[in-house]
Design a protein around this ligand. Structure first.
Ligand SMILES: *[C@@H]1O[C@H](CO)[C@@H](O)[C@H](O)[C@H]1NC(C)=O
Ligand SMILES: *[C@@H]1O[C@H](CO)[C@@H](O)[C@H](O)[C@H]1NC(C)=O
Ligand SMILES: *[C@@H]1O[C@H](CO)[C@@H](O)[C@H](O)[C@H]1NC(C)=O
Ligand SMILES: *[C@@H]1O[C@H](CO)[C@@H](O)[C@H](O)[C@H]1NC(C)=O
Ligand SMILES: *[C@@H]1O[C@H](CO)[C@@H](O)[C@H](O)[C@H]1NC(C)=O
Length: 873
């Protein structure tokens, strides 16, 4: 007797067996290799295919005899209990799978489950995968990718053409001897010749090169493709067994659809493959679609938009699938629309019926679009459909999207390198700190409420945000924030990108960037070494490259840990660390380039135009914010220790940013030091010098000195002056006491400062340089007082050189925040969906702008809070 549960299971198996065996797919792959890596056992996977264990089989990888790879089971149980994720092949050395396959185009699918395997730490899987001359993945971390996808396992799919007498070699190369490469499963499936490749001489339509005036783009056999998106628009997930015979998986588009849409119909009609091959896509792709809906006036002022995050620096093949599924639309000229890809017109006049002659007839269109590298690695590919006024319906439709990355001329498909995880990474003591916070918070009722409110609003904000932006960033960000995500679709805040890491540069890359550390490119010199101006990203991005002198060296390990920590600090008023290089004795830091140099070089002994008083105030406010962030954003305050006008840099918009934070702690700075006390003379906190106890208030002292330097435009220590006047801080203090401070200010500022503003400023600066730390304000107080001073100045309205741009820049930060909330709250995405099997009567009334109940009684719903699809909550 079968127990009920196993009976059901049995039935289920039988059913799936029946569905699979009874429907012959339109295409039968002559090559269908599935290799289960790291095991000797053959097993059936969920798709009923037999996965061959590589151990002892003809698929066993070739490797150096001295460096055998390991086979191992995943240590985390219950999460990947299915083939081929249960086992993996792992090695600290290169290994190669060699497949003898028939010539032709193949799908190559790589299955990864980044878990901890015995002796193989999850985070240390870091490697490159090559297929013959193609680089499929480079300096790649499966765990970083999985984490950013919020998935335990994932598959990477590639298309490769194998020439006659060629073998298909897949080589796995660890990043270095401290990192390993691994793979759980490999799948090789042949595909119809005309599925995606469009070589020269192809009989049929060849993709149009978008933006290149009706040029065609050939997908030649010497190219490899990487599948980036394959979406069943308006429909649900289609699993690999439900595909047309090549085991492609189709996902839903709902995470990528940016505007509301309307599901015109969802019927189980039999598509009529009179125009394209029946293996192009599963029937279900054509049975579901998205359109704009009945409101013509609304349609004419909006787009049907999908946003797909991709890497820059590649050509992409974009395949759009169409099928007119509305039975009432039968003639040319009814549903006519424009297709934009990446904000460029790809199709001036899309009219599905004119392509197919009838409805229920699938069709597809291919476009290739070049996504240039413009200093950033991430880009959101936008697909916009907009109804044309000459169509009667004023609507658009889309049934499916496929996006492939095309290999470069050098056979590369890999995106930006990820940063290798640190060896023996120190675990941040997050857990205990959380506990502590909660404990303290509970201890004081008010605090608890505050924390609760904060947590709640964060959760709310996040969930709201997720509705619109949610999995809108499924691709990991390897780059440091803030990268200028300028695209209109992407609005990101640092906090929403916890996975952000800093980039690792090779020494060669940096040599190229600086013309082999050419002396002419030196923009700064100091005790730590030289700073070079360099260009990366094929000359598209300027950076500052700080090459530390070997003498200032410390343990490479410590260096990396420190850099890793510093790269986590992201603030608009901190100079961003873009990446680093740590190769043999070299330690190099790569920072964002600050066009306007140091604050010091705009104050005195310079040919630069003097800064206006308001500019100076804004620069001080920015620097104060940056320091405040350092003091408060991490568990232990980060004390800069070397606040001075040469460490406050100005970007092209005169936004001030604090640089060199964290370095003094590492002994990597340009500091004239007494044996124990570090700091720059003139800025050095006397209290710290005396007691040798460092606190945030030491930075406050130095900041006070900076404020006087900004006000007086003179050196903080000038040995040429009389004894009394040499040290700016003590001289300013004396002048304040004597009431003569206005006599020592920068002559340029005379008459340009509002008296109230001046007063607040001077009082604040004076309080910063008080003798004892406890008497000084916090950076937060400083920030607020400075903002107040600026307000006074603006109200007084005596500045003759009001610069509108300045005001704009300054307000930008606040505005951005405001915009963000506004977007989420105000933009209600409405989607009307009909689950009725017959929405035709409804659609019939579209032209009158009326909404009728559907006849079958199933609801026509309007959802205002986000996208929802029938049958998928
Ligand atoms: C697909 O089309 C081919 C002819 O192009 C035909 O022989 C085959 O039966 C069709 N398969 C299915 C499942 O419709
Ligand atoms: C693939 O590997 C085999 C065995 O290692 C080697 O003989 C062959 O040259 C390789 N082919 C290519 C295209 O790399
Ligand atoms: C159609 O859209 C416009 C503009 O968005 C809106 O003002 C109008 O109320 C809508 N009409 C209907 C019937 O929903
Ligand atoms: C639709 O998208 C195109 C291309 O991105 C853009 O130029 C156009 O302004 C958009 N139209 C509307 C109404 O949003
Ligand atoms: C991976 O990164 C290392 C160090 O940055 C570099 O030496 C190597 O060339 C990179 N690998 C590839 C395939 O680019």
């Amino acid at each position: 007797m079968l127990r009920p549960i196993s009976f059901v299971f049995f039935l289920f198996n039988l059913l799936s067996l029946i569905t699979i065996t009874t429907s012959t797919p339109p295409y039968i792959a002559d090559e269908n290799i599935t290799v289960n890596c790291g095991t000797s056992v053959n097993s059936k996977a969920g798709d009923l295919r037999e996965w061959v264990g590589d151990i002892g089989s003809k698929f066993a990888p070739t490797e150096d005899l001295n460096h055998k790879s390991n086979a191992s089971r995943a240590q985390i149980q219950g999460s990947a209990e299915y083939v081929p994720y249960m086992t993996a092949r792992l090695s600290y050395f290169q290994f190669t799978y060699v497949f003898q396959v028939t010539p032709g185009q193949k799908f190559v699918r790589l299955y990864f489950y980044p878990a901890s395997y015995s002796d193989f730490d999850r985070s240390k899987g870091f490697f490159t995968v090559k297929a013959g001359s193609f680089t499929l993945l480079r300096n790649f971390s499966a765990s970083i990718l999985a984490d950013s996808l919020k998935k335990q396992t994932f598959v990477k799919e590639f298309c490769i053409n194998v020439e006659k007498n060629q073998k298909l070699n897949l080589t796995f190369i660890p990043f270095s001897s401290n990192y390993y490469a691994f793979i759980n499963g490999i799948e090789i499936v042949s595909m119809p010749t005309d599925l995606y490749y469009r070589p020269q001489g192809f009989k049929g339509e060849v993709p149009l090169y978008v933006g290149q005036a009706s040029h065609q783009f050939y997908i030649n056999y010497n190219m490899a493709l990487e599948m980036v998106y394959r979406l069943n628009v308006g429909g649900g997930l289609i699993s690999s067994v439900e595909d047309t015979g090549t085991f492609r998986e189709w996902s839903t588009d709902r995470d990528y659809m940016l505007t509301g849409g309307f599901l015109p119909r969802n019927l189980s009609f039999i598509p009529n493959y009179s125009k394209i091959q029946n293996y192009t896509a599963p029937d279900d792709v054509y049975r579901s679609a998205m359109s704009m809906g009945p409101n013509i006036s609304k349609n004419m002022v909006s787009n049907l938009t999908w946003g797909l995050p991709i890497d820059t620096g590649f050509n992409y093949l974009v395949r759009l699938h169409f099928c007119e599924i509305e039975p009432l639309i039968k003639f040319d000229g009814e549903r006519v629309f424009i297709i934009y890809i990446d904000y460029q017109v790809a199709e001036e006049r899309a009219d599905v019926i004119s392509w197919t002659d009838s409805n229920d007839t699938p069709y597809f269109k291919d476009y290739v679009v070049m996504i240039q590298k413009k200093g950033e690695d991430n880009h959101t590919l936008s697909i916009d459909l907009h109804p044309r006024t000459d169509g009667t319906l004023r609507d658009a439709i889309l049934n499916g999207v496929e996006v492939f990355k095309l290999s470069n001329t050098d056979g590369n498909l890999a995106g930006p390198s990820m940063v290798p995880p640190l060896l023996d990474q120190q675990q941040p003591a997050n857990k205990s700190s959380t506990k502590k916070t909660i404990f303290i918070a509970i201890g004081s009722g008010v605090g608890f409420l505050v924390v609760l409110t904060l947590v709640c609003s964060m959760v709310l904000w996040k969930s709201k945000k997720n509705k619109r932006f949610g999995s809108y960033h499924p691709q990991p960000k390897w780059r440091c924030w803030p990268y200028p995500y300028k695209q209109k679709l992407t609005r990101t805040k640092a906090s929403s990108l916890p996975e952000v890491r800093c980039r690792y540069f090779t020494l060669d890359e940096l040599k190229t960037a600086t013309n082999n550390f050419n002396e002419e490119l030196i923009i700064g010199v100091g005790g730590f070494g030289n700073v070079y101006k360099g260009v990366i990203e094929q000359g598209n991005m300027t950076v500052a490259i700080k090459r530390l002198q070997p003498e200032s060296q410390q343990g490479a390990q410590e260096f990396r840990t420190e850099i890793e920590m510093l790269s986590q600090l992201r603030h608009v008023h901190l100079v961003s660390l873009i990446g680093y290089c740590n190769y043999e004795s070299e330690m190099i830091l790569v920072y964002e380039y600050m066009t306007n140099g140091t604050l010091r070089h705009h104050l005195y002994d310079t040919d630069n135009d003097p800064l206006t008083w308001k500019q100076r105030l804004q620069i001080c406010i920015g620097a104060a914010r940056g320091l405040h962030y350092l003091h408060t954003s991490t568990k232990h305050p980060i004390i800069h220790r070397d606040v001075k006008t040469t460490n406050i840099l100005l970007d092209e918009k005169w936004v001030s940013k604090v640089s060199d934070f964290g370095l003094s702690k590492m002994g990597l700075d340009n500091i004239a030091v007494s044996t124990l006390v570090k700091g720059t003379l003139g800025y050095l906190d006397p209290d710290y010098a005396r007691r040798q106890q460092l606190t945030e208030k030491s930075d406050v002292y130095s900041f006070g000195v900076v404020m006087f330097e900004v006000l007086c435009a003179r050196k903080v220590l000038n040995q040429r002056l009389q004894e009394e006047q040499r040290n700016l801080a003590s001289w300013a203090k004396k002048c304040i006491e004597r009431g003569t401070i206005s006599q020592i200010i920068d002559p340029y500022l005379t008459d340009k400062m509002a008296p109230e503003c001046f007063k607040v400023y001077v009082e604040l600066a004076e309080s910063c340089v008080r003798d004892q730390g406890v008497q000084r304000p916090t950076m937060n107080d400083v920030m607020e007082k400075l903002e107040f001073a600026l307000e006074l100045q603006e109200n007084a309205n005596i500045t003759k050189d009001v610069n509108v741009m300045e005001k704009l820049e300054f307000a930008l930060e606040f505005k951005e925040n405001a915009d963000m909330t506004k977007d989420i709250n105000s933009e209600e995405v409405s989607l009307i969906h009909a689950t009725s099997t017959s929405s035709a009567p409804w659609y019939n009334n579209v032209y009158n702008g009326q909404v009728l109940e559907s006849t079958s009684g199933t609801e026509l719903t309007t959802i205002n809070s986000g996208l929802s699809y029938p049958g998928q909550s």
